[in-house]
Design a protein around this ligand. Structure first.
Ligand code: ZN
Length: 229
Protein backbone atom coordinates (compact mmCIF):
# COMPACT_ATOMS: atom_id res chain seq x y z
CA UNK A 1 0.00 0.00 0.00
CA UNK A 2 1.54 3.40 -0.94
CA UNK A 3 2.35 5.69 1.98
CA UNK A 4 0.63 9.09 2.14
CA UNK A 5 2.75 12.10 1.20
CA UNK A 6 4.20 14.09 4.08
CA UNK A 7 3.67 17.79 4.82
CA UNK A 8 5.27 20.43 2.60
CA UNK A 9 7.93 22.35 4.51
CA UNK A 10 7.60 26.13 4.79
CA UNK A 11 10.51 28.18 3.42
CA UNK A 12 12.46 30.87 5.26
CA UNK A 13 14.68 33.15 3.16
CA UNK A 14 17.79 34.86 4.46
CA UNK A 15 20.13 37.22 2.65
CA UNK A 16 23.81 37.55 3.45
CA UNK A 17 26.02 40.37 2.19
CA UNK A 18 29.32 38.50 2.38
CA UNK A 19 28.12 35.24 0.84
CA UNK A 20 29.37 34.03 -2.54
CA UNK A 21 27.15 30.97 -2.80
CA UNK A 22 23.71 29.87 -1.67
CA UNK A 23 22.95 27.17 0.89
CA UNK A 24 19.86 25.49 2.29
CA UNK A 25 19.08 23.27 5.24
CA UNK A 26 16.11 21.93 7.14
CA UNK A 27 16.05 23.76 10.47
CA UNK A 28 13.29 24.26 13.03
CA UNK A 29 10.77 22.50 10.80
CA UNK A 30 11.37 24.72 7.77
CA UNK A 31 13.71 24.97 4.80
CA UNK A 32 16.11 27.80 5.53
CA UNK A 33 17.70 29.23 2.38
CA UNK A 34 20.59 31.70 2.62
CA UNK A 35 21.34 33.67 -0.54
CA UNK A 36 24.04 36.19 -1.48
CA UNK A 37 22.37 39.60 -1.38
CA UNK A 38 24.01 40.83 -4.59
CA UNK A 39 22.49 38.13 -6.85
CA UNK A 40 19.81 39.17 -9.35
CA UNK A 41 16.27 38.41 -8.10
CA UNK A 42 15.60 36.10 -11.07
CA UNK A 43 18.72 34.07 -10.27
CA UNK A 44 17.89 34.00 -6.55
CA UNK A 45 14.44 32.67 -7.46
CA UNK A 46 15.83 29.88 -9.62
CA UNK A 47 18.45 28.79 -7.07
CA UNK A 48 15.89 28.89 -4.25
CA UNK A 49 13.49 26.74 -6.26
CA UNK A 50 16.20 24.14 -7.02
CA UNK A 51 17.43 23.97 -3.42
CA UNK A 52 13.88 23.74 -2.03
CA UNK A 53 12.90 21.01 -4.50
CA UNK A 54 15.87 18.91 -3.43
CA UNK A 55 15.18 19.30 0.29
CA UNK A 56 11.43 18.74 -0.12
CA UNK A 57 12.22 15.49 -1.95
CA UNK A 58 14.64 14.42 0.78
CA UNK A 59 12.04 15.25 3.45
CA UNK A 60 9.34 13.26 1.60
CA UNK A 61 11.68 10.26 1.31
CA UNK A 62 12.40 10.46 5.06
CA UNK A 63 8.72 10.84 5.85
CA UNK A 64 7.65 7.84 3.79
CA UNK A 65 10.44 5.68 5.17
CA UNK A 66 9.49 6.51 8.78
CA UNK A 67 5.76 5.87 8.13
CA UNK A 68 6.41 2.35 6.78
CA UNK A 69 6.21 -0.60 9.13
CA UNK A 70 9.80 -1.07 10.27
CA UNK A 71 9.13 -3.60 13.02
CA UNK A 72 8.70 -2.95 16.76
CA UNK A 73 9.22 0.62 17.98
CA UNK A 74 10.92 1.49 21.26
CA UNK A 75 11.38 4.71 23.24
CA UNK A 76 13.76 5.63 26.05
CA UNK A 77 13.54 8.74 28.19
CA UNK A 78 15.15 7.21 31.27
CA UNK A 79 18.99 7.04 31.13
CA UNK A 80 19.12 3.98 33.41
CA UNK A 81 16.75 1.92 31.22
CA UNK A 82 18.74 2.99 28.17
CA UNK A 83 22.04 2.06 29.87
CA UNK A 84 20.66 -1.39 30.75
CA UNK A 85 19.53 -1.96 27.16
CA UNK A 86 22.87 -0.81 25.69
CA UNK A 87 24.87 -2.85 28.24
CA UNK A 88 23.00 -6.00 27.30
CA UNK A 89 23.49 -5.32 23.60
CA UNK A 90 27.22 -4.78 24.22
CA UNK A 91 27.43 -8.14 26.05
CA UNK A 92 25.67 -9.91 23.17
CA UNK A 93 27.86 -8.31 20.49
CA UNK A 94 31.17 -6.44 20.65
CA UNK A 95 31.91 -6.65 24.41
CA UNK A 96 33.87 -3.40 24.54
CA UNK A 97 34.76 -1.57 27.82
CA UNK A 98 31.82 0.87 27.90
CA UNK A 99 31.60 3.14 30.98
CA UNK A 100 28.17 4.69 30.56
CA UNK A 101 25.43 6.08 28.34
CA UNK A 102 23.81 9.49 28.43
CA UNK A 103 20.88 11.04 26.56
CA UNK A 104 21.87 14.12 24.54
CA UNK A 105 19.28 16.88 24.30
CA UNK A 106 20.89 19.29 21.84
CA UNK A 107 18.95 19.87 18.62
CA UNK A 108 22.09 20.44 16.62
CA UNK A 109 24.25 17.57 17.80
CA UNK A 110 24.93 14.36 15.92
CA UNK A 111 22.70 11.29 16.20
CA UNK A 112 25.13 9.71 18.66
CA UNK A 113 28.76 9.84 19.61
CA UNK A 114 31.33 7.89 21.57
CA UNK A 115 33.99 9.55 23.67
CA UNK A 116 36.83 7.11 23.10
CA UNK A 117 38.81 8.52 26.09
CA UNK A 118 36.07 8.29 28.73
CA UNK A 119 34.20 5.40 26.99
CA UNK A 120 30.90 7.25 27.46
CA UNK A 121 28.28 7.07 24.74
CA UNK A 122 25.81 9.90 24.02
CA UNK A 123 22.63 9.24 22.04
CA UNK A 124 20.44 12.12 20.86
CA UNK A 125 16.95 12.09 22.38
CA UNK A 126 15.60 12.49 18.82
CA UNK A 127 16.87 8.96 18.12
CA UNK A 128 15.18 7.53 21.22
CA UNK A 129 11.56 8.46 20.56
CA UNK A 130 9.40 5.81 18.82
CA UNK A 131 12.39 4.39 16.99
CA UNK A 132 12.46 1.01 15.21
CA UNK A 133 14.46 -1.31 17.48
CA UNK A 134 16.57 -2.52 14.55
CA UNK A 135 17.65 1.07 13.72
CA UNK A 136 18.60 1.91 17.32
CA UNK A 137 20.49 -1.38 17.52
CA UNK A 138 22.52 -0.30 14.49
CA UNK A 139 23.25 3.13 16.03
CA UNK A 140 24.45 1.61 19.31
CA UNK A 141 26.61 -1.03 17.61
CA UNK A 142 28.12 1.72 15.42
CA UNK A 143 29.13 3.68 18.54
CA UNK A 144 30.37 0.59 20.40
CA UNK A 145 32.53 -0.32 17.39
CA UNK A 146 34.33 3.04 17.78
CA UNK A 147 35.91 1.62 20.95
CA UNK A 148 37.59 -0.93 18.68
CA UNK A 149 38.25 1.24 15.62
CA UNK A 150 37.97 5.03 16.18
CA UNK A 151 37.63 6.04 12.48
CA UNK A 152 35.26 4.96 9.69
CA UNK A 153 37.77 2.72 7.90
CA UNK A 154 36.82 -0.62 6.21
CA UNK A 155 37.98 -2.36 9.43
CA UNK A 156 35.40 -0.34 11.38
CA UNK A 157 32.56 -1.21 8.98
CA UNK A 158 33.35 -4.91 9.08
CA UNK A 159 33.01 -4.79 12.91
CA UNK A 160 29.56 -3.20 12.52
CA UNK A 161 28.45 -5.43 9.62
CA UNK A 162 29.13 -8.55 11.66
CA UNK A 163 26.18 -7.68 13.92
CA UNK A 164 23.87 -5.54 11.75
CA UNK A 165 21.89 -7.08 8.89
CA UNK A 166 20.73 -4.59 6.20
CA UNK A 167 23.23 -2.03 7.44
CA UNK A 168 22.58 0.60 4.72
CA UNK A 169 18.85 0.51 5.33
CA UNK A 170 19.23 0.86 9.12
CA UNK A 171 21.62 3.75 8.61
CA UNK A 172 19.15 5.61 6.39
CA UNK A 173 16.28 4.81 8.74
CA UNK A 174 17.89 6.19 11.93
CA UNK A 175 18.98 9.37 10.11
CA UNK A 176 15.40 9.82 8.80
CA UNK A 177 13.93 9.25 12.30
CA UNK A 178 16.29 11.90 13.72
CA UNK A 179 15.23 14.49 11.09
CA UNK A 180 11.50 13.72 11.36
CA UNK A 181 11.44 13.88 15.18
CA UNK A 182 13.25 17.24 15.03
CA UNK A 183 10.66 18.43 12.49
CA UNK A 184 7.77 17.21 14.67
CA UNK A 185 9.10 19.04 17.73
CA UNK A 186 9.66 22.29 15.82
CA UNK A 187 6.16 22.11 14.32
CA UNK A 188 4.65 21.40 17.71
CA UNK A 189 6.38 24.37 19.36
CA UNK A 190 5.36 26.61 16.45
CA UNK A 191 1.73 25.56 17.01
CA UNK A 192 2.09 26.37 20.73
CA UNK A 193 3.58 29.78 19.91
CA UNK A 194 0.69 30.60 17.58
CA UNK A 195 -1.87 30.10 20.37
CA UNK A 196 -3.58 33.39 21.39
CA UNK A 197 -1.73 35.08 24.30
CA UNK A 198 -3.19 34.69 27.77
CA UNK A 199 -5.35 37.72 28.70
CA UNK A 200 -3.91 39.79 31.60
CA UNK A 201 -6.13 40.08 34.68
CA UNK A 202 -8.51 43.11 34.49
CA UNK A 203 -6.75 44.99 37.34
CA UNK A 204 -3.57 45.31 35.28
CA UNK A 205 -3.32 47.69 32.40
CA UNK A 206 -0.70 47.59 29.68
CA UNK A 207 0.34 50.45 27.44
CA UNK A 208 -0.79 49.73 23.92
CA UNK A 209 2.32 49.46 21.72
CA UNK A 210 2.51 51.99 18.90
CA UNK A 211 2.33 50.14 15.57
CA UNK A 212 5.61 50.03 13.65
CA UNK A 213 5.52 51.46 10.10
CA UNK A 214 5.12 48.59 7.62
CA UNK A 215 8.33 47.85 5.73
CA UNK A 216 7.91 47.68 1.99
CA UNK A 217 8.48 44.12 0.86
CA UNK A 218 11.23 43.58 -1.71
CA UNK A 219 10.22 42.53 -5.21
CA UNK A 220 11.75 39.11 -4.65
CA UNK A 221 9.94 38.63 -1.35
CA UNK A 222 6.65 39.55 -3.09
CA UNK A 223 7.38 37.14 -5.93
CA UNK A 224 8.24 34.48 -3.42
CA UNK A 225 5.08 34.97 -1.40
CA UNK A 226 2.94 34.66 -4.50
CA UNK A 227 4.80 31.68 -5.93
CA UNK A 228 7.16 31.43 -8.83
CA UNK A 229 4.79 30.61 -11.66
ZN1 ZN B 1 30.95 6.79 13.59
Amino acid sequence: MPTAAGPVLPVVLKHATKRKSASAQIREGAIEVTLPKHWLPSFQKKVTQDLCDRLQRQFQTDWQLVQKDQGPLISFDNPQRLTDWVTQLNQETLQVPLNGVRIGSSKYSRLAQMNTKTCWMTISRYCLDRVPESALRYLVIHELAHLKVPNHSPAFWSEVKAFVPHLRHQRRLIAAIHRIRLYEEATQSRLCLSQPPIEPPPSLSFKKPTPKPQKKKSLFRQLFLFGFD
